[in-house]
Design a protein around this ligand. Sequence first.
Ligand code: ROI
Length: 165
Amino acid sequence: MAKNSAVYVGLGSNLDNPIHQVKQALLALDAIPATHLRAHSALYRSKPLGPQNQPDYINAVAVLATQLPPLTLLSELQAIENKQGRVRATERWGPRTLDLDMLLYDNKQLQGPRLTLPHPGLHERAFVLYPLCEIAPDLVLPDGQRANDLRQRCSALGLSKNPMS
Ligand code: ROI
């Protein structure tokens, strides 16, 4: 039997009914070939990182078990983003219908043109660390840091769990 890898994925949306976008994406993650959705966090509402003249985001983190290698899985994530109407905007850090960020793939460390692991924003983003620690409170990153220590250093200001739809 092929080996399963544990992959954490960050979900984010702030356009076109973001709660629906994130829930739809969770279903789509579970439908990726050779992949299962193992768990996901609650939904969180967060103030935008980047330009403030855009709507609040809905964020969540999911953990997958997959037999796909990182770049194959990345293509599957990008196909889901595209299917859910993602248009790659010219504005950096502008609003988006759906963002699926591969945060961690087992303990892999990788720096390539398409993919950096762990995700470079992981260490300092409250909207990633709070939902991540909700589903993986004992997680240790490839560099030996505990995700929960990083979370405690990160302000939860502007972040709320289980927002009303
Ligand atoms: N800000 C928040 N709060 N949540 C996101 O998912 C998010 N994603 C982004 C940028 C534009 C950096 N800001 C974000 O890509």
